[in-house]
Structure formats: structure tokens, C-alpha cells
Design a protein around this ligand. Structure first.
Ligand SMILES: Cc1cc2nc3c(=O)[nH]c(=O)nc-3n(C[C@H](O)[C@H](O)[C@H](O)COP(=O)(O)O)c2cc1C
Length: 205
């Protein structure tokens, strides 16, 4: 079954542009896949654990050697992993925070980039284990990072392309909105929604 994993990470709720964009994407996706399944993950309501010593050790322990305490520690990361493996398309609402991603999204990434599950070093070289997956990143920022000199301050796009590429996801599309004033925000959000609509027209054309 076609499955979409929709992830939001903005600290804002109704006022968030990326949340509205991811909701718009999910709506379009549902129209295109009436029998598909959407899993929604709101990271601001998910207590994703940080990469503490206990969690790192647990993540690197073979499943049959895990203690009861380690199993408990891994329960949420394991749930996130299950959602990730099940879905074939991911849409992530990722606002720019201090030139990169929100800390909760980084914690999520630290929970799902896991040896033996999403990457391996078999043959001495890193290999992404996720195959045939598609990622759409919907981002919003105050400034416009499309041109230099601002472009070199955008660590969000290169980072997300790099880390998701590392686990095997290479089909990645970015749709962006920006603005520090209501007019620019509204115009670029409308353009971003039109760009999302275009993605579905391209699929069904
Ligand atoms: C903690 C924080 C850090 C931010 N850092 C940046 C930044 O580095 N560059 C930028 O252009 N905008 C920055 N912004 C503005 C947001 O990217 C912008 O408000 C965007 O619309 C947030 O997405 P959202 O509307 O989905 O919450 C920051 C906002 C917050 C709350």
C-alpha cells in the first residue's frame, strides 16, 4: 500500500508555514492515493530521546543482547524506525532555525540513522539501506537563501540532502517559502503550494 510519512517540526502551530505546506502536500497526496495510508508524526509532541551514552550503547547492541532497560529506551526510536521503513514517501516540514534544522528534527535524525537498519559499512564503505524512497522537504525561512551571499549560510538543504542521501534516499525535492513581512510570507507560501500542486501534476500527467 502506498504510504506517506508526514513529519512536522516547527515550534509554531497554526502560525507555522511549514505545517500548512505539509498539510497541503498530504491533502494532495491523499487525492492522488485514495487508498493510501498517511502516518503523521508531530515532532513537537514526540519525546524523541537525545543521543545519550545509554541510547548510543543500546543502538549499537545486537537485538538478542538487549537488556530490558535498553529495550525500553529503544521503544520510541524503534517505533520511528518502523514508520520510516513502512513508508515509501516522506514529507518533512523543516523550518530554518539558525541556518539549519530545528533541534527536534536533528534528534529525530539521530534516532533513525542507525547502523544495520538504515545504513551499513559492509565492504568498508558506507551504504544507505533505504531503497526506492522519495523525500519532499518543505522549508520556510525569514530570509531568502536562493542567491549568494545568503546561499552559503543555508546549512539546512545541504545537510538534509547529505544525511538522507547517506541512508539511501536520493530522490529529494525541496519546496521553499520565506519572508519576514506578511506580504512576502503570503506570496512565497502561495508559490510553494503551487509548486506542490505541480509535483502531483507531473506525476499524473
Ligand atoms: C529559533 C528560530 C531560529 C530562526 N533562525 C532563522 C535563520 O537562521 N534564518 C532565517 O532566515 N530565519 C530564521 N528563523 C525564521 C524562521 O525560519 C521562519 O519564521 C519560518 O517561517 C519558520 O517556519 P514555520 O513558519 O513553519 O515555523 C528562525 C526562527 C526561529 C523561531
Amino acid at each position: 500500500m502506498a504510504t506517506l510519512l508526514q513529519i512536522d517540526s516547527s515550534g509554531l502551530s497554526e502560525a507555522s508555514i511549514t505545517r500548512r505546506l505539509s498539510a497541503h502536500y498530504a491533502e494532495k497526496w491523499k487525492e492522488a492515493h485514495p487508498n493510501g495510508k498517511i502516518t503523521y508524526r508531530n515532532l513537537t509532541e514526540t519525546n524523541v530521546p537525545f543521543a545519550t551514552e545509554a541510547l548510543i550503547f543500546a543502538m549499537n547492541t545486537p537485538p538478542d543482547k538487549l537488556t530490558a532497560a535498553q529495550k525500553l529506551l529503544l521503544s520510541l526510536p524503534d517505533e520511528l524506525m518502523k514508520e520510516l521503513l513502512e513508508a515509501d514517501t516522506y514529507v518533512i516540514g523543516a523550518p530554518m532555525y539558525n541556518f539549519s534544522i530545528p533541534a527536534i528534527l536533528k534528534a529525530y535524525i539521530d534516532a533513525i540513522v542507525r547502523p544495520g537498519l538504515t545504513f551499513s559499512f559492509e565492504g568498508g564503505r558506507p551504504q544507505g539501506l533505504l531503497k526506492n524512497k522519495k523525500l519532499i522537504v518543505l522549508t520556510a525561512s525569514g530570509g531568502d537563501y536562493s542567491e549568494q551571499p545568503m546561499k552559503s549560510m543555508d546549512f539546512l538543504e545541504p545537510y538534509l540532502r547529505g544525511v538522507f542521501g547517506f541512508i539511501g534516499i536520493t530522490d529529494i525535492t525541496f519546496v521553499k517559502a520565506h519572508g519576514n513581512d506578511p506580504e512576502t510570507k503570503a506570496t512565497t507560501e502561495a508559490s510553494a503550494k503551487a509548486a506542490i500542486d505541480q509535483l502531483f501534476q507531473a506525476v499524473t500527467a
